[in-house]
Design a protein around this ligand. Structure first.
Ligand SMILES: Cc1cc2nc3c(=O)[nH]c(=O)nc-3n(C[C@H](O)[C@H](O)[C@H](O)COP(=O)(O)OP(=O)(O)OC[C@H]3O[C@@H](n4cnc5c(N)ncnc54)[C@H](O)[C@@H]3O)c2cc1C
Length: 381
């Protein structure tokens, strides 16, 4: 077993981290978090570099990078903020629904504009009464002529309000719990859509929204794949979403720990650096150990996906362990920074807020553990 990255992977990682330092940096990230504004310039640069198409096949203009290269990308993009990575990843894994299940017409309509950075995508699964129990979706789609008419209320749909955004939405087309769910797509300008931004603690740059649908008309050609297969499609979607999230927790936790190391070396109390105190040193040693383990779990899952195998269990293991590690590192960072942790210019409070959200977003920790248990043969009943 060889745990090392290949030379190509190392070069990719190195280039991405240099990009993040040169083109993004702390000030830019902080400013967008504080102003709750989308990092348009970054998104444009990523599009111009051709990175939005990492997961897409070459025949559609993508670079067909494997999930390991994608994980390295997500890890790097979260260097200063998990939200920065989410601004990119959300569209990248959502467009994949058209690529994997969509028609050639849908691919021709969406992919070129997406690759140019002119079309973004949001995923809308959650509803007020369908959170962890995502199959409880009750936004209803009813056929009418060649159209479908949608009514209901979705929530927590990140990025749906942004200019040029299309929403990929799970809606109910039948009574069967899982087999009655289908995947629709619509522009955020579709008549009957009321999209309202939510004042969340995190996801301040990407933004999260509540969506009210009143007789939203979706032409049949905007149905993704087959009616009744939505739940299956979302399963594949979630593996990529969760793997990318897990990689981004590791990337952000690395910065949080590096910041804590630097701060505690610099900060002196009682005539010595904080980093020389055993209690702080040991905490950081434990954090370094957990972070190494989290990273191995992420690349274990990514490698399995790259082999074309199902990896839901490995992805859930990586997600839950990586986010718990990121949270603990940011929590310990908050303690090590003392009062200064409260100030945005030290960044730690952002890492802390965002890691806490990671324990719920993309499927709560408890749900990841249920997925793992199911793969261990432990039933729900
Ligand atoms: C900022 C933000 C952005 C988001 N972006 C999106 C998005 O773009 N698209 C989208 O579709 N959704 C999005 N979500 C929704 C997110 O996926 C849900 O918040 C998440 O799935 C949990 O659902 P819930 O909030 O309704 O919590 P609940 O399901 O009400 O859960 C509350 C608590 O109970 C626990 N719990 C629930 N059921 C069980 C169980 N069976 N066993 C053990 N514990 C359980 C949960 O783990 C959790 O701790 C976002 C959420 C936030 C906060």
């Amino acid at each position: 077993m060889d745990f090392r990255h290949t030379e190509e992977q190392l070069a990719w990682k190195d280039m991405l981290h240099r990009f993040m330092e040169r083109e993004v940096g702390r000030e830019y990230t902080r400013e967008h978090d504080e102003n709750r504004s989308f990092p348009d310039e970054l998104y444009r640069k990523v599009a111009d570099n051709g990175w939005l198409g990492l997961l897409l096949p070459e025949e559609l203009g993508g670079s067909a990078a494997d999930p390991v290269m994608y994980a390295i990308f997500c890890e790097a993009m979260a260097k200063y903020s998990l939200d920065t990575a989410a601004c990119l990843m959300t569209s990248m894994f959502t467009v994949n629904n058209f690529v994997v299940h969509g028609s050639p017409q849908q691919q021709a309509e969406h992919v070129p504009m997406f690759l140019k950075g002119e079309r973004r995508f949001s995923i809308s699964i959650s509803e007020p009464q369908a959170g962890s129990d995502a199959a409880a979706v009750c936004t209803r789609a009813v056929p009418e002529g060649t159209d479908w008419v949608l009514n209901g209320n979705k929530t927590w749909c990140s990025g749906a309000h942004l200019p040029g955004a299309w929403i990929v939405m799970l809606a109910r087309t039948g009574a069967e719990r899982h087999g009655g769910l289908s995947l629709f797509s619509m522009p955020n300008t579709a008549p009957g859509l009321d999209i309202r931004k939510m004042p969340t603690l995190v996801r301040r740059s990407l933004g999260t929204t509540e969506i009210f649908l009143t007789d939203v008309r979706v032409p049949a050609e905007n149905v993704i794949g087959e009616i009744g297969k939505g739940w299956n499609y979302i399963g594949t979607h979630l593996d990529y979403e969760r793997m990318g999230l897990a990689a981004s927790y590791v990337g952000n936790a690395r910065t949080a720990l590096d910041d804590t190391i630097a701060y505690t070396k610099d900060r002196h109390q009682f005539g010595r650096p904080l980093s020389s105190l055993q209690v702080i040193k040991h905490r950081m040693a434990e954090d370094e150990t957990a972070l190494t383990a989290a990273r191995l779990l992420v690349f274990n899952a990514a490698t399995k996906l790259a082999r074309g195998e199902k990896a839901s269990m490995e992805v859930s293991m990586a997600k839950v362990f990586a986010v718990e590690t990121a949270y603990r590192i940011a929590f310990n960072g908050m303690q090590a920074y003392g009062g200064y942790a409260q100030l945005p210019e030290y960044d730690m409070e952002r890492y802390f807020r965002e890691a806490k959200h990671g324990m719920v977003g993309g499927g709560a920790n408890e749900i990841q553990k249920t997925v793992i248990a199911r793969h261990m043969g432990l039933s729900d009943r």
